[in-house]
Write a protein of this length. Structure first.
Lengths: 101, 84
């Protein structure tokens, strides 16, 4: 069980890195940073199963995962926003992006 | 060498090295994306090393890095919003 969780977690991280390496453009690359925190959940679960939740490393692994789960979506959102601001100088939809109705 | 240390080595070679390549080769914003992913992966590498060497207090380093890499990336993003 521990080995399966560990291999799955590392595999997800490797797929994320492969995606960031292969894709072109900020937004395409940004999509692949999201699942990285899910891989962290699996690795921390492997550690918690091995050492127990109340050990020092188990408690802190859970704490690290909570921090990553909170900060990762914030970073993705803020980075996408900054990329958009760099491209267009404002967040509003450009005239050619608005669909005529 | 046990499985935890092996996993940490795999993460460094297969995770941090591609992000380094992207940071060097791609544009500024794409490099920033790779830097954010590197932050997550280096936290996991430290966590795995602490478990692999059975040095439990070393997890504090990983926790501090998780918090600081977030703040560092936010500072980068703040200055990237305008064209440099």
């Amino acid at each position: 069980m521990v080995a399966v969780l560990l291999i799955l977690g590392v595999g997800i991280e490797l797929v994320c890195c492969l995606g960031v390496l292969v894709m072109r453009g900020v937004y395409d690359r940004l999509h692949y940073t999201g699942p990285a925190s899910f891989g962290a959940v699996l690795i921390a679960a492997a550690i918690v199963i091995r050492e127990g939740l109340l050990s020092q490393i188990g408690t802190k692994a859970v704490l690290i995962v909570v921090v990553l789960l909170i900060t990762s979506p914030v970073l993705v959102h803020v980075t996408g926003r900054a990329a958009r601001l760099r491209e267009h100088g404002e967040l509003q939809a450009q005239p050619h992006e608005v669909e005529e109705s | 060498m046990n499985g935890w240390i092996l996993a940490a080595i795999v993460l460094v070679l297969g995770g941090i090295v591609p992000c380094l390549v992207v940071s060097v080769m791609a544009s500024l914003m794409e490099g920033l994306v790779a830097l954010e992913l590197t932050g997550v992966i280096s936290v996991l590498v430290l966590l795995l090393l602490a478990e692999g060497f059975q040095r439990q207090p070393l997890v504090d380093v990983a926790l501090a890095l998780a918090l600081l890499s977030f703040v560092g990336s936010l500072a980068f993003v703040r200055y990237m919003e305008r064209e440099i």
